[in-house]
Ligand binder design. Sequence first.
Ligand SMILES: *Cc1c(COP(=O)(O)O)cnc(C)c1O
Length: 346
Amino acid sequence: MNTIRYDFRSDTVTRPATGMRSAMATAEVGDDVFGDDPTVNLLEQRMAAMLGKDAAIFVSSGTQSNLLALMSHCGRGDEFIAGQNAHCYKYEAGGAAVLGSIQPQPIAHQPDGTMDLGDIESAIKAGDNHFATTRVIALENTFGGQVLPVSYMVQVAEIARRHGLGLHLDGARAFNAVVALGTDIKSFTAPFDSVSICLSKGLGAPVGSVLIGRQDLIDTARRNRKMLGGGLRQSGILAAAGLYALDNNVTRLAEDHRRARRLAEGLAAFPSLNVTMPDTNIVFVDVEDRLGDRLTEFLVSRGVGITGRYGQQRWVTHLDVDDAMVDGALAEVAAFFRDGAEAAFR
Ligand SMILES: *Cc1c(COP(=O)(O)O)cnc(C)c1O
């Protein structure tokens, strides 16, 4: 295994910096299952206030947060609507179906990442014993690093209201969207009954997500978190990292976005690469067919960590990527195309 010098695999790879570690080390703690960890309580109250919602719950991961949200909105035999490539449908091991007995109704994405409003509306089922009962629509923003328009979220909320459905936001990277749009988290999440936000992605905490929303939904989530084995004890040590992240690592997301753009522009200079210009911190690159995965393999062999297969690459910028690393990685791409490395990989 090669040492990774420039790690663009994900914004989950960040390591807690000194300030965050000392906040964790000095955190006041209690037993959160008894509700008396003051640092967890502070994080939950602060997130609820930031979003202007009733309550919040600190959980171990974004996957658990989405699952708890779906289990709060839906009972056994109910249904949720989500995009075909939504994380809560495609990338969570079928948890809603397996653990919640909730049926997914996936909807195709349009090229801009949104779901067609007519497709959503015609998938809603109710009032017939043949059907599972649709209870909630789940949106995701950012979606693959793309910022979906606020007006779209408002239109989907209108459909949800009209049909008496809940509306959930998988906002794992909602702060990236907020920073990119220059808006605030409260108005961005206003249309939603529940919102899941990851602390362990661009915000740089080692562990944790927060589910924020209506009181009854969070109460149900708290019971189900216990049932799923997600009740933690002196988790203030982890919540302290989240509080530190909210204080220090939100506005700086703009730097990740700037570096992603610089990386994208650098990559776009190579004619064999078709680069999608990023809204936030994720860059997708389609590599010319004849190269297959050779460029990716070359970069990995040179210590440039990226993900992707079948000719598509994903590069993610984050807290632990600086300008020099962007330059270093671009130099390796240049080396591949310049020095006949391309030929060596044929
Ligand atoms: C990462 C991610 C999750 C899940 O978070 P984990 O902490 O990895 O379980 C959910 N939704 C989206 C959009 C994500 O990017």
